[in-house]
Design a protein around this ligand. Structure first.
Ligand code: FAD
Length: 414
């Protein structure tokens, strides 16, 4: 967004509570690599020029990439500037920070969609003898006690953490709810290549039947590993991970209850994966890609006949629970009435009902790929055009009380 505003000569500042790429520095586990290939993190004016377009960036590489982008575009970032309050004033917004106040005509909220790790209310019932942490707090297996680990959630975070922890000789039980299974490589190409080429990533928010559902679907069960292997539930059971259903309750004595839906969840996921691959196959034949590898299907997900509906975690030797049950944004500092009853910003493709207030970086904001780094560029182009015409309409002349035309929170990407 900073790059797009600069192209339009819109005076702006980017406020960041930490360093550039703060969330990648502080909220991810050590071994994480992007699940999107290098070529796919395209930003305005940037395409990957390295010699490993199909590789997956490590966290230090992601930080270096975002930092170098910020430098290349001379983004006006004010680091270590935490926004503590935003409210409307007559001619725009008053932004209070730990480094003083800013006034601006327009404001782009780009403070991230994953600030808070979610866990169900009953997570507080976990007995004191069992450590409990979220995917945001997890760093590597060495921080965990020896013994069993219950990982809750089987999307990208949960499956990757389960894989790493199981291989550290801590037996993992994985609680599986709704998830989206996908092969890493299909017909010789990365699944993300197919999602991009077929236009699935470009699907627009205003052309989707149920956008609120689409904004809440779990992440694809993908991992970015050097061997480009598929990390699905079969890969996990092959190394000894035990699957149980979605966790539905926890008692103070450490007895966990699991839903009886494991078979259905897995069958549904297999079915949806089949539909996705059918769409890809149809597109491939319509677009003359018949010379590539022929279509194939993964075997169905293996599930034991009667997975347990409950588990005495203490007796079972579980020493740690890792909640990989999703994330949500933190808007506790936002004092503008744009939040719905779930605390999410109401918006139409990033444009809020409050003039001059915009949102970036939320799932399926304007396109399916808005969830990814790769989606930020197109969203920023669209929203900066809207913002510019708003400023033109409302008069863009400098006002002595206005210190910036636009403030942005914050520069995960700029
Ligand atoms: C575990 C995980 C893995 C992911 N893997 C991938 C992947 O492989 N590929 C991909 O494309 N995308 C991935 N994503 C999604 C990716 O994080 C987003 O696409 C991208 O980070 C969005 O950038 P952003 O700048 O909107 O948000 P963020 O990167 O979250 O940046 C938001 C910034 O706002 C700052 N901030 C927040 N509140 C305040 C405040 N009050 N005051 C000042 N600053 C504030 C934060 O410090 C942070 O630096 C992943 C997300 C997670 C959680």
């Amino acid at each position: 967004m900073s790059r797009c505003l600069a192209e339009r000569s819109i005076d702006h500042v980017v406020l960041e509570r930490g360093e550039v790429a703060h969330s990648w520095r502080t909220e991810r586990w050590d071994s994480l690599r992007l699940l999107t290939p290098n070529w796919q993190s395209r930003l305005p004016g940037f395409t990957y020029q390295g010699d490993d377009p199909d590789g997956y960036r490590t966290m230090p590489q992601v930080i270096a990439f975002i930092q170098s982008y910020a430098r290349a575009i001379s983004a006006p970032v004010q680091t270590h500037t935490e926004v503590t309050s935003v409210r409307s004033i007559d001619d725009g917004y008053l932004v209070q920070t730990n480094q003083g106040d800013w006034r601006c005509r327009t404001l782009v909220i780009a403070s991230g969609a994953c600030n808070i790790a979610l866990a169900p209310a009953f997570a507080s019932m976990v007995p004191a003898s069992i450590a409990s942490l979220t995917a945001q707090q997890y760093r590597n297996p060495s921080q965990l006690a020896e013994g069993g680990v219950l990982v809750i959630g089987a999307s990208a975070s949960g499956t990757q953490i389960a894989h790493e922890v199981q291989r550290s000789a801590r037996p993992v039980t994985l609680s599986v709810g709704e998830h989206i299974r996908a092969p890493r490589i299909y017909r010789g190409k990365d699944l993300q290549w197919w999602m991009d080429a077929t236009g699935l990533q470009d699907a627009r928010y205003d052309e989707i039947d149920d956008i609120s559902r689409a904004r809440n679907v779990p992440s694809l069960q993908l991992a970015g590993t050097p061997d480009r292997s598929t990390l699905d539930l079969n890969a996990l059971t092959d190394i000894g991970v035990k699957l149980v259903g979605r966790i539905v309750g926890m008692r103070e004595d450490g007895k966990a209850q699991f839903a009886g839906s494991l078979h259905n969840m897995c069958a549904m996921s297999d079915l949806k994966m089949g539909r996705l691959l059918d769409t890809i196959d149809t597109w491939a034949s319509e677009n003359g890609l018949s010379a590539i590898e022929p279509p194939s299907r993964l075997p169905p997900t293996k599930v034991e006949a009667s997975p347990p509906l409950g588990m005495d975690l203490v007796k079972h030797g579980i020493k740690t629970i890792i909640w990989a049950t999703g994330y949500r944004p933190d808007y506790s500092w936002l004092n503008v009435p744009v939040l719905d009853r779930k605390g999410m910003i109401r918006h139409d493709g990033g444009v809020t009902a409050t003039p001059g207030l915009y949102l970036m970086g939320a799932p399926f904001l304007r396109r399916r790929k808005s969830t990814l780094i790769d989606g930020a560029g197109d969203d920023a182009r669209d929203l900066s055009a809207h913002l510019a015409s708003y400023l033109d309409g409302s008069g863009r002349h400098p006002n002595s009380r206005i210190t910036a035309s636009t403030a942005m929170l914050s520069p995960g990407l700029a």
